[in-house]
Design a protein around this ligand. Structure first.
Ligand SMILES: Cc1cc2nc3c(=O)[nH]c(=O)nc-3n(C[C@H](O)[C@H](O)[C@H](O)COP(=O)(O)O)c2cc1C
Length: 208
């Protein structure tokens, strides 16, 4: 059975604008792909392992071609569990509001956990090779302001960061759906933008 991993990076549940759009995606996705399982990873409810010195040292051990053993291996169990869950997916939906021009800290933390040598990427003589192959991703964002045009677009560190990080591990079939502005122009504009984004989300799900 194929699996879609839905990574949720907002704590706002029912109040979340991002999740309103993602739920429109998921409704259309379930109708079009009834055989797929959906695994929801709610990062604000998850007890993400801290990047302690043992865990960071483990990364450097792997970078230098060593295997993890002893205390490194033990410290890495929680990391490997997250990596395995990520790699078990055949496709991804990421729901992420903009926080201070970037991503909420839980998503940064999650990426620091899973983007590991040997598992998600490796260095080769010809450069870096992403190991997450043939997987599609849709990233739904919502923002209080509108970053679609200059000069505000220069302050969008969210979409370029996520694109760089996921491209780095091999996910290049990646579509962004940015829902904006959610706060700056008041409720009527917000509601209109959410409705339009929900329609685009349904199209993306049907073509996933
Ligand atoms: C901690 C925090 C930081 C935020 N930073 C920004 C920001 O830098 N730029 C922006 O346009 N909106 C910012 N916002 C507004 C949210 O991006 C916006 O309200 C979004 O729609 C919230 O999504 P959600 O309802 O799915 O959580 C911030 C909101 C919070 C709570």
């Amino acid at each position: 059975m194929k699996k879609l991993l839905h990574i949720v990076a907002t704590p706002r549940g029912e109040e979340s604008r991002t999740l309103q759009v993602s739920h429109a995606f998921l409704g259309a996705f379930r109708a079009r792909h009834p055989a797929w399982a959906i695994d929801e990873l709610d990062l604000f409810k998850e007890d993400l392992p801290p990047l302690t010195v043992e865990r960071v040292d483990g990364k450097y051990a792997l970078l230098s071609g060593k295997e993890l053993s002893g205390p490194f291996k033990e410290a890495w169990e929680a990391i490997v569990r997250h990596i395995e869950r990520f790699l078990a997916a055949d496709g991804y939906l990421v729901s992420v509001p903009m926080w201070n021009f970037g991503v909420p800290y839980v998503l940064k933390h999650y990426l620091d956990i899973i983007v590991q040598p040997k598992y998600l990427f490796r260095y080769t003589a010809s450069g870096v090779e992403g190991l997450v192959k043939d997987r599609k991703m849709v990233i739904v964002t919502s923002r209080g302001g509108d970053y679609s045009a200059a000069p505000a677009s220069a302050m969008d560190f969210q979409a370029p960061y996520l694109k760089a990080a996921f491209n780095f591990v091999g996910i290049t079939d990646l579509a962004f759906l940015n829902c904006q502005p959610m706060d700056a122009m008041g409720a009527p504009v917000r509601d209109q933008k959410i409705a339009a984004a929900c329609e685009t989300a349904q199209d993306l799900a049907r073509n996933f």
